[in-house]
Structures are given as C-alpha cells and as structure tokens.
Design a protein around this ligand. Structure first.
Ligand code: SAM
Length: 249
C-alpha cells in the first residue's frame, strides 16, 4: 500500500489492523528488548513505526530513539502520542530509500516491511543493514505466509469433517479466499490493498543476501479470538503466527 492508503488507515488503525502489541499476543520482541545489554548507551531506530506503540518502552530503555514512517498521518499521530520524550525523534521517511550509515546499534521494524514490491523490500533490507553499526542487531516482525496456509488447513479440515473431499476442497478454498492470494510471492490482495507475507526460507534467503548473519526466526503467537487473530477461530488448535526475526550485521 502506498503512503496515501496508510494515511487513511492511520485514524482507525486498531479497528483495522491486528497488532503484535495486543494484550494476549505472545510477542518475543518485547523480551528481546529487555535483554539488550547496556541499552541505556545504545541508539535504536524503528522504521515503519506507525503510531509508535513501542515509543515509551524504547524511550525509557535506550539512549537515543529514532522512529520514522512514510505516512504523514502516522507520523503526526506518533508525534502527538510519544514525541514529548527528549531522546526521541520522529520523522517522515520511506524505508525503501534510506540513507543512514553506521548510525544505530539496533534496527527494528514491526509488520511494516509489507510492500508488494520485491525491489522495495530488498532496498529496505539493504537500508537496514547500512543503517546498523558493525555488530548491530536487527529485530523484525513480518507476516507469515505459512501461518495463513496453516489457517487454510484448519478450514479444510473442518469442511472435511462435514462434507465429501471434493466439496471440502472447493468450499475451503473459497473460505480461504484463495483468489486473493499470490502464493508464489506471498501477496494478499483485497481491493486496492496488497500486502506481502513471508515464507520462513524466504526470510533466511533475503537476510543472508542483504549481508546479515546469525539469523534466527521464531513465532509471534496470536491467540484465537475476534479481537486478536482477525481470522476464523479454531479454539483448541495451535494458534496462528507472524515471524519474529533476529539478525546481526
Ligand atoms: C501494519 S503498520 C505497523 C505499524 C507499527 N510498526 C506497529 O506495529 O504498530 C505498517 C506501517 O508501515 C508503514 N510503511 C509501509 N511501507 C512503508 C515504507 N515504504 N516506508 C516507511 N513506512 C512504511 C505504514 O505507513 C504503517 O504505519
């Protein structure tokens, strides 16, 4: 989605967008931030900060905090909510055209590397790499394509328990909204909005190509329930997930 579309989402963000910061979500990023050694001496950047949910936590934990987003409205809201911290600066910036060099000890981006342009994704990762100091850390959360496919499996299984196999296949594909997905590139298209999802192997590949090392990938777990998962609920089954990614420059 372009910055104009994100402007339109800015005001009603939490009605529209499922967030890894919702209560109940098992989000490893928060524990990782607490584990950053000597954080009070470190600089951190969050690219694609949106409302800047992590603003207070980052401001209290790090020496200097830099946050940016390409949506004018998101930046306005972030500044109104968290711009008062003396060690925080928030600016408008496109993460696919970054020009920071060796500036930050830690770079964070949470569900913002979701543009459906493979070139822009690669540019953003190269920009994150350049923006980090040598030995610096990258913490990313990105939407999981496998998580969505797993949901498709649950939909199919439910249909299989009630119908014959060919009907179950047809109905579950419709419920899954298969026509809206490009499973090759991991895009979900809903009207004008297109969002990128990531495969586990794809994250490894892209980060390695961008120069990162020590890449580890864990799940951000979204408990079932209307407010949190945003998908049909399957209580009792394993929950859906985003990917939490750690890497080093
Ligand atoms: C799903 S929201 C996540 C916001 C925030 N990180 C959070 O988790 O609450 C995605 C954000 O990424 C921003 N974004 C998308 N593409 C961007 C780009 N190319 N450069 C900068 N920000 C971008 C959007 O404006 C939006 O604020």
């Amino acid at each position: 989605m372009d910055e104009g579309r994100w402007d339109t989402y800015a005001e009603r963000y939490h009605q529209e967008i499922v967030s890894p910061f919702f209560p109940g979500v098992e989000n490893p990023l928060l524990a990782e931030l607490k584990n950053v050694e000597q954080s009070r001496e470190k600089t951190v950047a969050e690219f694609g900060c949106g409302h800047f949910e992590m603003g207070p936590l980052l401001a209290q934990s790090f020496k200097e905090v830099y946050a940016s987003d390409f949506s004018t409205k998101m930046v306005e809201i972030a500044k109104t909510r968290h711009g008062h911290f003396p060690n925080v600066s928030i600016i408008k910036e496109d993460m696919s055209h970054l020009s920071h060099k060796n500036s930050f000890d830690l770079v964070i981006s949470v569900n913002s590397l979701i543009m459906p342009s493979e070139r822009m994704v690669r540019n953003a990762l190269a920009g994150f790499y350049d923006a980090l100091k040598s030995g610096g850390d990258l913490f990313l959360i990105v939407p999981s394509m496998e998580g969505v496919l797993y949901h498709g499996l649950l939909l199919f299984e439910k249909e299989m328990s009630q119908k014959n196999e060919s009907v179950a296949k047809r109905v579950s594909k419709i419920k899954f909204e298969k026509k809206k997905y490009d499973l090759f590139f991991g895009y979900y298209k809903d009207g004008r909005d297109v969002q990128k999802f990531y495969y586990h192997h794809e994250i490894q590949f892209l980060l390695r190509k961008a120069g990162f090392t020590n890449i580890t990938i864990e799940k951000v777990l979204y408990p079932w329930g209307e407010d949190v998962s945003g998908y049909e609920n399957f209580y009792g089954e394993e929950p859906m997930w985003d990917w939490f990614v750690k890497a080093k420059k």
